[in-house]
Design a protein around this ligand. Structure first.
Ligand SMILES: Nc1ncnc2c1ncn2[C@@H]1O[C@H](COP(=O)(O)OP(=O)(O)OP(=O)(O)O)[C@@H](O)[C@H]1O
Ligand SMILES: [Mg+2]
Length: 503
């Protein structure tokens, strides 16, 4: 099967998200699709999967033009898409999710779940997916949920499978397993489109690479010969530096003082198991670890989003163990949450409204409980420009921003107010290399000006680039600590500690 996108143009009002794009997708190949935030990758794939209709251009399958009136037509034509935000129903089983919308029925129109389970098992076996058809989605880790999305697509007999940033939420081990699945799909003749911001991944898995910038295809790369540096430059149109300069390490007073902190999960399992940690003014402490080892609970406890089961947290000398989130916020703690869509923004609100989501009530934007909107608009426009949030106007719904630009909006809001301390989880998730460089420089800037920073990242590269000190979390505890100011950090040693191998 061969799919050709010919002269595709897609506009949203004045925004030209795809500008005369030509792209060919072939059976038995992985096409890597690369591009800066807002370049038009998701839009282009939404056109191919029938969610959007192109304003100009056509789609050809095996040389014949097709007309997709909606996702149903695209699915019937053999195209399947795994979206970045999974579309599964948590309280349904794997099999129930897989058949949703295409329920196989028996002779007298009853739901044939038995048949469905059997088909799921067959797909499982063929591609080495190993998913239990009877397990509830809510009990499955993210990596397995993603496999359910893949089974869903295969169940609908897709020959073309589109993955929009599938690795952004996976652990390194899950990424390795995911790549094995992609290879086996390719080897059975499926055509794969793979979108990612991680250059090493795209070089690893792709047979061909196409690069989008501002809606247009600006280049192609051969994974055998292209380098990460070349790809980065092609994407953003200028050289990108992977290292950011820092002032010498000059920590001052302790700002955050965590003693014997214990946090429980909803089911009363121990998530954080008696952690002790101090973070000083003028210091960046990176928390490394494979996702799911208590880092999220640690952040939630420090920001007042979850209850502390034991121990104390002091900030700037004050006990804040049980302080409200707003109180912490007012003391000068900024927070970049792990999941922007769930905790960082309101998609239906405008960009301007989102930019004042946590400050609308203070003197800067309110008088006698009335919000000074002109002022809020002006401030939002300035901050958004500062952080290169690509948008048409601050009045646009934030949910219409591209994924990476939503992240930049949240980071911009948190870093642009007067703060003393930054707590960040996966601060650059979903960002392109150029934006990562910029956000890293702003975080380092905050540290150089005396802020304390505590950040969690499952990206070792990010831990290495930012941290003055690194602590490694494993099963709720700090199992290792590394001081970058006295010894250069070693990726392998940190990696081993993350896997629980502690000397
Ligand atoms: N539904 C929509 N309404 C209005 N504008 C939109 C809509 N969807 C996308 N856009 C705009 O189209 C442009 C391309 O967005 P798209 O989501 O395709 O980017 P992307 O390459 O996937 O970026 P990212 O890497 O950040 O996910 C952006 O300027 C975005 O704001
Ligand atoms: Mg996208």
């Amino acid at each position: 099967m061969e799919v050709e996108l010919r002269n595709i143009t897609k506009r949203f009002g004045e925004v030209v998200a795809n500008d005369d794009v030509n792209l060919t997708i072939r059976a038995g190949e992985v096409l890597g699709l690369l591009g800066e935030n807002g370049a038009g990758k998701s839009t282009l794939m939404n056109v191919l999967s029938g969610l959007y209709t192109a304003d100009e251009g056509e789609i050809l399958i095996n040389g014949k033009p097709v007309d997709f009136k909606g996702p149903g037509d695209s699915i019937s034509a053999g195209i399947g898409m795994v979206h970045q935000h999974f579309m599964l129903i948590p309280v349904f089983t794997v099999a129930e999710n897989v058949i949703l919308g295409v329920e196989p029925t028996g002779k007298i129109d009853y739901l044939d779940l038995k048949k469905a389970r059997l088909q799921v098992r067959e797909i499982n076996q063929k591609y080495g997916l190993e998913v239990d058809p009877d397990e509830l989605i809510e009990n499955l880790p993210v990596g397995i949920q993603q496999r359910v999305e893949i089974i869903k697509v295969l169940f609908r007999s897709a020959d073309v499978i589109i993955f929009d940033e599938p690795t952004a939420v996976l652990t390194p081990q899950e990424v390795t397993e995911f790549f094995e699945i992609v290879k086996s799909l390719r080897d059975t003749g499926k055509a794969i489109v793979f979108i990612t911001h991680k250059l090493h991944e795209i070089l690893d898995i792709s047979d061909r690479i196409s690069v989008l910038r501002r809606g247009q295809i600006v280049g192609e790369g051969d994974p055998q010969t292209t380098t990460q540096t070349e790809l980065a430059e092609m994407m953003v149109g200028r050289p990108v530096s992977f290292n950011v300069d820092k002032e010498p390490y000059a920590p001052a007073d302790v700002l955050l003082d965590i003693e014997d902190l214990t946090v429980l999960r909803e089911n009363d399992d121990v998530a954080v198991d008696g952690i002790n940690l101090k973070v000083h003014s003028g210091e960046i402490v990176g928390v490394a670890g494979v996702q799911g080892n208590g880092q999220s609970s640690l952040i939630e406890a420090l920001t007042g989003l979850t209850r502390v089961a034991g121990g104390t947290v002091k900030f700037n000398g004050q006990n804040i163990t049980h302080a409200s989130t707003r109180a912490r916020h007012r003391m000068g703690i900024a927070h970049i949450p792990e999941d922007r869509q769930r905790m960082g923004m309101i998609a239906d609100f405008s960009i301007a409204e989102n930019m004042v989501l946590d400050t609308y009530y203070d003197d800067r934007f309110s008088k006698h409980r009335v919000i000074n909107w002109p002022k809020a608009y002006k401030n939002s426009a300035r901050v958004a420009a500062d952080y290169d949030v690509r948008m048409t106007s601050v009045h646009d719904a934030a949910g219409n921003l591209s994924g990476g630009n939503q992240q930049k909006m949240v980071v911009a809001r948190e870093l642009s107010r007067e703060t003393m301390f930054l707590i960040a989880a996966q601060p650059t998730r979903g960002l392109d290399v150029g934006s990562i460089e910029y956000i890293h420089s702003r975080i380092i800037n905050a540290r150089d000006e005396g802020d304390g920073v505590l950040f969690v990242s499952s990206e070792l590269d990010e831990i290495m680039a930012l941290s003055d000190r690194v602590v490694v979390m494993f099963e709720g505890r700090i199992v290792a600590e590394f001081d970058a100011t006295t010894h250069p950090l070693d990726k392998n040693t940190i990696g081993l500690a993350m896997a629980g191998a502690v000397a």
